[in-house]
Design a protein around this ligand. Structure first.
Ligand SMILES: Nc1ncnc2c1ncn2[C@@H]1O[C@H](COP(=O)(O)OP(=O)(O)OP(=O)(O)O)[C@@H](O)[C@H]1O
Ligand SMILES: [Mg+2]
Length: 117
């Protein structure tokens, strides 16, 4: 499994578009199974793939729940080979909880089995 991160402090420089298009190219042209981890509270990628919601589990739960199987938060999309771990505005609170160490450090918590394509 390869992990590709699209990171830049500057806003509006096409991080989201790059990630979403790269996922599409990898899935469609290279027959890869892709898990997009939306780590942006704006949830633009989650919206793009039609999995944005406040009713279901999101990356916030993965970051803060004491025990959670990550598969409970991962959503299938209508695109073959592309799954999304969605984000929404609750990520503001989740990030604060992690930074303030209100929840135990992520590397010391069990989040269930890794994502398997
Ligand atoms: N190659 C491109 N050609 C034209 N417009 C583009 C291109 N890449 C991105 N854009 C536009 O630029 C804007 C910002 O892109 P995007 O949302 O991907 O940036 P971002 O870095 O994720 O922003 P943010 O920091 O707000 O998350 C969007 O309106 C997008 O449609
Ligand atoms: Mg973005």
């Amino acid at each position: 499994m390869k992990i590709i991160s699209i990171i830049n402090l500057k806003g509006g420089v096409a991080k989201t578009l790059t990630a979403d298009n790269m996922a599409h190219v990898l899935a469609v042209f290279h027959s890869k199974r892709v898990l997009i981890v939306d780590n942006d509270k704006q949830g633009n990628t989650s919206k793009m793939f039609g999995v944005h919601s406040y009713d279901d589990k999101s990356i916030s739960d993965v970051l803060t729940a004491r025990r959670l199987d990550i598969h409970e938060a991962i959503k299938k999309t209508r695109f073959e080979g592309i799954d999304v771990l969605p984000a929404n505005m609750t990520l503001i609170r989740a990030n604060l909880e992690v930074m303030m160490e209100i929840v135990p450090a992520r590397n010391k918590r069990a989040c269930g089995p890794r994502w398997t394509p």
